[in-house]
Design a binder for this molecule. Structure first.
Ligand code: NAD
Ligand code: MG
Length: 391
């Protein structure tokens, strides 16, 4: 029986993880869960899965939840320290890191330092703290399994051991991208899209932030950096290919001309279950792939003119140090502003570019360097937005 700590339980990845736990009650048990403020959703989770400990983002949310869940033996907690503590709890074997954004970094590190198996959905934590993150994984001899579907596919297509230096005979990684809802749109049409249009992904159902990132291709940019850290490569060894059907989740090309791919219907339950059961495989209830029905798979090169975020991510990787934390923070602020209708869709990439160009990039020696860069860059992004300097 594997004890699961589910960070970000009320989100899209959280829900799919709960589906897998519910399908296999003999294999997995929900020990603890966290959410920021979704009290009603969390109350449902508590009644259904009866976790030992639950952490909310604020005291108010904790109190409301405790009131709704009277009669349960669950301990209701709140705040950052409690979040770190559930990830390191002795009854936990696996930590599913599914919090949205940079906020996921600290509790994920707490899980790593406690030696838990890490199921990494929260790409922002690896993107921002890359080297420190991977150093901690190595130091604590932790099994790190990528849940992001592309990285899970790459992992499955590489020689198996555990994530790290096993890129033997690999010529390059082919990272597939759906292209998002505006793949074929002109810049002129993209200028006036609404948050509702941008959140409507053609193939995947996901949280708001990652949906916007998919529409701007920043998601692929973050994934490019994520792949560099996970598989010890540089952007020069990664080819991004637009594949609108999202059936091939990514590929590995070998020196002999062989290309291995992982395919499946676009449903996050597949990579989640793979991470939870690795090195075995378990049922996910996802419909089998019907290739005749799909009939055609298409491929295209990404258009960096219309989607400059992808290039910005590669630039940030090559700039090194705090550049990736700077870009990520700018993007988190810009996406939130777009969702609040303060800026337009194409402004997101403009703000990211301005903040990356204007920030002072320094070497990352400690975690504090990453947190400082994040804070500084958020302020800079807000300033750029308030003054309309990106126009
Ligand atoms: P979501 O918005 O649906 O859920 C986010 C979860 O994090 C919620 O439980 C929320 O309460 C919690 N949360 C948000 N802000 C928080 C904060 N400041 N402090 C503590 N908790 C907070 O997001 P999602 O789509 O499930 O994505 C989660 C992560 O997984 C993201 O990093 C995303 O990039 C990654 N991911 C998601 C998908 C997907 O299909 N949804 C695929 C690949 C990777
Ligand atoms: Mg992905």
């Amino acid at each position: 029986m594997q004890g699961i700590c589910l960070l970000g339980a009320t989100g899209s990845i959280g829900q799919s993880t709960l589906d897998i736990i519910a399908l296999h009650p003999d294999k997995f048990s929900l020990i603890s869960a966290s959410a920021n403020e979704s009290v009603d959703k969390m109350a449902e989770i508590c009644r259904r899965f009866k976790p030992q400990r639950v952490v909310m983002g604020s005291k108010q949310a904790r109190d409301q939840l405790a009131l709704k869940c009277q009669g349960l033996t669950t301990s209701f907690e709140w705040g950052e320290e409690a979040l770190d503590s559930i990830a390191a709890d002795p009854d936990v074997d696996q930590v599913m890191a599914a919090i949205m954004g940079f906020a996921g970094l600290k509790p994920t590190l707490a899980g790593i330092r406690a030696g838990k198996r890490i199921l990494l959905a929260n790409k922002e934590s690896l993107v921002t703290a890359g080297k420190l993150f991977m150093d901690e994984v190595a130091r604590h001899n932790v099994v790190l399994l990528p849940i992001d579907s592309e990285h899970n596919a790459i992992f499955q297509s590489l020689p198996q051991s555990s994530v790290g230096a096993h890129k033997k005979d690999v010529a390059k990684i082919i990272l597939t991208a759906s292209g998002g809802p505006f793949r074929a749109w002109s810049l002129e049409d993209m200028a006036s899209v609404t948050p509702e249009q941008a959140c409507k992904h053609p193939n995947w159902s996901m949280g708001q932030k990652i949906s916007i990132d998919s529409a701007t291709l920043m998601n692929k940019g973050l994934e490019l950096i994520e792949a560099c850290w996970l598989f010890d490569v540089t952007p020069n060894e990664i080819e991004v290919v637009v594949h609108p059907e999202s059936i091939i989740h990514s590929m590995v090309s070998y020196v002999d001309g062989s290309v291995l791919a992982q395919m499946g219907n676009p449903d996050m339950k597949i990579p989640i279950a793979y991470g939870m059961s690795w090195p075995d495989r378990i049922d996910t209830s996802v419909a089998p792939l019907n290739l005749v029905e799909i009939s055609r798979l298409n491929f295209d090169a990404p258009d960096l003119m219309r989607f400059p975020n992808l290039q910005l991510a590669a630039d940030a990787w090559f700039a090194g140090g705090t550049a990736m934390a700077v870009l990520n923070a700018a993007n988190e602020v810009a996406v939130a502003a777009f969702l609040n209708r303060q800026i337009r869709f194409l402004d997101i990439a403009r703000i990211n570019e301005q903040v990356l160009a204007g920030a002072n990039i320094v070497t990352v020696n400690t975690l504090d360097d990453v947190f400082e860069a994040d804070l500084y860059s958020r302020r800079l992004a807000l300033d750029v937005i308030t003054r309309g300097r990106f126009l």
